[in-house]
Write a protein that binds this ligand. Sequence first.
Ligand code: SAH
Ligand code: SF4
Length: 440
Amino acid sequence: MPNLAPPIVQPSLAAIEALPPGISGVTPDALEAWFAAHGEPPFRARQVLDAVWRSGAASPAEVTTLKPSLQAALGDAFRWDTLGDTEVIATEGGLTEKALHRLDDGVAIESVLMRYPSAPGRRERATLCISSQAGCAVGCPFCATGELGFGRDLLTSEILDQVRSAVRRLAAKGRRLTNIVFMGMGEPLLNLDRVLEAVSALNDPARLGLGARQITVSTSGVVPGIRRLTGLGPQFTLAISLHAARDPLRDVLVPLNRRWPVAEVVAAAREHARATGRRISYEVTMIGGVNDTDADSDAIAGILRGQLAHVNLIPMNPVAHTPWTASPMPVIERFADRLRDAGLPTTIRRNRGQEVGAACGQLAAERSGTPAPAAVARRRDRLVASSAAALRGERSREAVPAGIDAGTEANSLPTAPGIAGATRRAAGGGARWHGARGPR
Ligand code: SAH
Ligand code: SF4
């Protein structure tokens, strides 16, 4: 019998950084410098960028404009693709494709490609949802990635190679990628340097060449990161995962609210909208009987009134190991109407890809094995008790999740052994990271 259990991996940024860099994360200037060191003119860099981003070359050997010795040197110096096996699961008649990528240290991450066919007055769109970290330290209890805990930051090339994978799959069908959202696994503003490098590659006409307005980065509310982005000027559309405007409830739903309370998050976002002239998108995952009452919609209307903002209501995707489910559609519609009455443009977003577990991190979490039933039961009980206390208006007495402050100081989280375990224990689970099984 083959051993079908996924390998247990210890995510380590230092270990993955010790490998040759991924070619997609290398800047054009650095590539030119590499060719210069090999006695080659700068246009060689352009030939490689075209091969990486346009022609879909599968290896340096396919860059036929380079002589074989240079192809070999390039292959030794850089990893052509940082994604090992990619398992693609299609659903909804092929409109949604979930990809589970295994990285070179065995860590599994996800991306989701969603196609929206053309309609009268609207061109076809293809939106890719990508991951910025393996796992997440924030630990939102309705999110499968949050339950997994923090693994490690993704390298710039690992972020970008998710995009190259989708571009190749689309190109094979004569289609183009039109939008990218950082709404997969991880908190992008806790890996901000690399996310910014990735966005500049996505924007760069010599690489992917996607407009800044076609890129959205979603944050759970890392205030120092939002302020840093404001200083940089418009880079992309900023989405804030609000979920609740009342601190006691947001403390439970988005645990970093204990560090940066909702008023600070909204103030930083308001300043970002003022300075950049760009509308902020606020996301609210609608959880039945938890954050969907009139008091919640009124609190959101109160905190966002008069802002350059748009609210997106998303029915909660069913996630294992929580006591919660999505709010019923009439409740969501009533919530939306109350926000609109308060002058806030509001849309309801239907979930895509539920069949393949398209909520962020769901597939990777499922593949990482099942926690012990007792741990699941404890987690559910704790969530029921903490949300009940929150609805009574009590602030959480639980600590800020481990690693959040460290992440904002260095813009990346420490990846010392045990961090994933520490975070997941804080979230009530029992942690071990498993790599995904590749296709068989
Ligand atoms: N960490 C960032 C970005 C990744 S999460 C953030 O939280 O904004 C992307 C979005 O997916 C967030 O708005 C998050 O709230 C939402 N999400 C997570 N789990 C979900 C679920 N089970 N159902 C619906 N939306 C979910
Ligand atoms: Fe992290 Fe976002 Fe999931 Fe919260 S919703 S645990 S911030 S990935």
